[in-house]
Design a protein around this ligand. Sequence first.
Ligand code: PBG
Length: 331
Amino acid sequence: MNGSYPNTRLRRTRATGWSRALHRETLITPADLIWPLFVTEGDGVEQPVASLPGVSRWSVDGIAARAKEAVALGIPVVALFPNTQAERRSDDGAEAHNPDNLMCRAIRAIKDACGDDLGVLTDVALDPYTSHGQDGLLDDKGYVANDATVSALVDQAINQAEAGADIIAPSDMMDGRIHAIRMALEMGEHHNVQIMSYAAKYASAFYGPFRDAVGSGGLLKGDKKTYQMDPANTQEALREVELDIAEGADSVMVKPGLAYLDIVRRVHDNFDVPVFAYQVSGEYAMIEAAAAAGAGDRDALVLETLMAFKRAGCSGVLTYHAPRAARLLNG
Ligand code: PBG
């Protein structure tokens, strides 16, 4: 019996460091990381986010400095999220279309600082701009209206592309938005602007700290269950991905991350499209809380979870731990 003990001892190849290195199946490098950054008004401003220890909102000058840091660390892309001032929020989120909004100023500052050495990914959804904290426009019953929202998202995406965004990432979960945004990008001759769609985004309890960071948490009444997915569903995630590919997405995302690695694996196995995952704010906070409580080693927890994403089939991961992980991986 060839494959049985003691002919086969799987511990043989684990016995030494060199052998473990030789047999390692999955590799993670800083080039697998996307670093989400929160932008705020002002100059020289750094505001720590209480529910995300170690993460701050930065004014535009600080964002440019973080962008240079990303390049130095070998991180290829940063993702931007604005903390829009309360007085600039409205029911219709019109600030999303202002060519001089916080997001557009941050995009331009990064492009001035880093040019093509760094990709800029921008989130498309209205929640950082609405006074009600929902991702879209409400009808008179308070329902998030799909088609009206899609046309607002198209304007938002074009506004970002014109400011220099490299990857448009719609996180709103409206039906049909990828097709509409792709058409508008083509019409606007933004032929090389990518779309990374948040294709399978679940109505999750893990987004709490993010909503604090962009300032929409206190505003949001109710939940996002009429557009974000039910955590119980897998087949539906595959349908979402299939549609988004057909509509013109270059890559797709699964979100949240750790609790949804089965979805990542199924997307990876079913479609020839790059799949990314978002290790979201609540996951970051969980790791930080565990480390602070002495329940685990922070660096080891960070690298082990990021490795899990790669092992499940991810091309890359959005994570607030990106700079820490890149430093660790760079030795
Ligand atoms: C908003 C958006 C959310 C996140 C990214 N874009 C929150 C939400 O849907 O309420 C969450 C990211 C995180 O928790 O880190 N469209």
